[in-house]
Ligand binder design. Structure first.
Ligand code: PLP
Length: 496
């Protein structure tokens, strides 16, 4: 597959703003530090989202679970681990690049920036970078993770709604693209640009106010969303046009087009609104001032089955039909997909410590609960997870379905991974796997009950038909929990 993104387009934005991936090199050319991309590997048959590929992902997961048990990654002393499918992550990155390459004019600069918040793990960011994907960061911590992974400034975008002056200064000094969230932040950019010239591409985040999806807390484009300049508010459009006219160094528009629960048509409508605004700004300015549109992320993930749907190809096609002018080569593109790149490649594997019955309901008490699946436990209707049953040896469990609860280890009644789920009966020593947890789950540890952060292991098939693992994040030790809980300050309060 061809690389469409980065570096192959000309910098049309003048001295100030750099096109995505500019800096004269493509992602893996930067500093010569990125090793050549590995071949696609085995099992990559069929097109994006094809049943064969989805079935192969399930087969890889089954092999990894079995190997994790056999190789002792999980056992009585380590009753919960998280697994990441390296081949699957590479394949999703390739799908994303191919989807936009198929609908953009040749030479269009496209930067796919992974939303770091979805899976804030340095080895994951490095793997994605090697696959041609940059980083979208929203805090000093996320920026530090991207830098630790070796993602260069030209492949990084900063988007938080609450950037401090120090964060803005650092981003501009590094040359990282910044999207101002509001008029007050634009004032800060004015001051920063006056005090020190920067090559950082700068833009404004717009909320097209096209409406929300089925999950209120994740709907970014409602009338009253906290993000961006509310485009339909009185006077906002005029203010935006004038803000750009007065600042030749503003070259980008940003929106976050959708999130879990938002229909694709609504996402496309938001992109169309911002494209129309870019055209208006450029018409009024009499020049191609807005040269890049950052369409954000948010492709929904199917948590209901192993099918990859919707696909990047479907979304890119829909966008190119709904907003053809955005793809004719006049605009560079930035995307910021998070969940859809990682979700289906992560699995939480937890031992069943006890299997019991209460009031006629079967309950499997496992070691995966609110600490790794916080959203699911607190908002189960919005974030249901599929559970797969494996036996004590890590083999897929067979037998008749039995309605049962799959509980976590935390000390509150609501700590349930799944309620009333029909599965082969989980027994003591079996394993419950929480599927599709590669984004916003095990990497977002919640320290309830001082439960330890589980170890995270990447896996890949080896040449001999086995499974190899690599540590992505070491499991947290009890000593670390004590240290992070003020262990060194034992007498801080009694001595005050
Ligand atoms: C969270 C976020 C994303 C990624 O959203 P996903 O639903 O994980 O794809 C992209 N852009 C911005 C600005 C975000 O806040």
């Amino acid at each position: 597959m061809e690389h469409a993104e980065g570096g192959n387009g000309t910098d049309r934005s003048g001295a100030h703003g750099a096109a995505p991936g500019s800096g004269g090199t493509d992602s893996r050319g930067a500093g010569g530090t990125v090793p050549p991309r590995a071949p696609a590997g085995r099992g990559g048959t069929g097109g994006s989202g094809s049943p064969e590929r989805d079935a192969d992902r399930v087969a890889r997961r089954d092999e990894a679970v079995r190997a994790a048990v056999e190789q002792g990654l999980t056992g009585p002393g380590t009753p919960v681990v998280a697994l990441l499918d390296v081949h699957g992550i590479r394949a999703s990155a390739a799908d994303l690049r191919a989807a936009f390459a198929a609908v953009t004019a040749p030479g269009t600069p496209v930067l796919h920036a992974f939303a770091v918040k979805a899976t804030p793990l340095v080895p994951v960011l490095r793997l994605l970078y090697e696959e041609g994907i940059g980083a979208e960061v929203a805090s000093p911590g996320e920026l530090a993770l991207a830098r630790a992974a070796g993602v260069p400034p030209a492949r990084t975008v900063l988007d938080s709604p609450a950037k401090t002056k120090a964060e803005l200064r650092e981003a501009l000094a590094l040359g990282i693209a910044v999207n101002a969230d509001n008029a007050q932040e634009l004032d800060r950019l004015d001051a920063a640009v006056r005090s020190a010239p920067t090559r950082a591409p700068l833009g404004i985040r717009v909320n097209p106010q096209v409406g929300g999806g089925s999950i209120e807390a994740l709907s970014t484009a409602t009338a009253t969303s906290k993000f961006g300049v509310a485009l339909r508010d009185e006077g906002a459009r005029q203010w935006l046009v004038e803000a750009f006219a007065a600042r030749p160094w503003l070259t980008r528009l940003h929106l976050h087009s959708g999130s879990q629960g938002v229909p694709l048509s609504l996402m496309a409508q938001g992109v169309a609104e911002v494209y129309a605004l870019a055209e208006e700004i450029n018409r009024r300015a009499g020049r191609r001032q807005v040269d890049t549109i950052d369409i954000g992320g948010g492709l929904p993930v199917n948590f209901g089955s192993d099918a990859t749907t919707p696909t990047y190809a479907q979304y890119a096609r829909l966008l190119s039909e709904a907003v053809p002018g955005l793809f004719d080569g006049r605009y560079g593109l930035v995307t910021e997909f998070g969940r859809s790149l990682l979700a289906k490649h992560g699995t939480v594997l937890a031992r069943v410590e006890y299997a019991k019955s209460a009031g006629g309901r079967k309950v499997a008490v496992t070691h995966a609960g609110v600490q790794v699946a916080t959203r699911t436990v607190y908002a189960p209707a919005s974030w249901p997870l599929r559970i797969a049953a494996y036996d004590a040896k890590g083999r897929p469990k067979t037998g008749p379905d039995v309605v049962q609860d799959v509980a976590g280890p935390a000390c509150f009644a609501g700590d349930l991974l799944a309620e009333g789920r029909a599965l082969p009966l989980l027994e003591q020593g079996d394993h419950a796997a929480a599927l599709d947890t590669g984004a916003y789950y095990f990497a977002h540890h919640y320290a309830y009950n001082s439960l330890a952060r589980p170890g995270i292991f990447g896996f890949a098939r080896d040449a001999g038909g086995g499974v190899r693992f690599a540590v992505v994040r070491e499991p947290q030790t009890v000593d670390e929990i004590v240290a992070e809980s003020g262990g060194a300050q034992r007498s801080a309060l009694t001595g005050l």
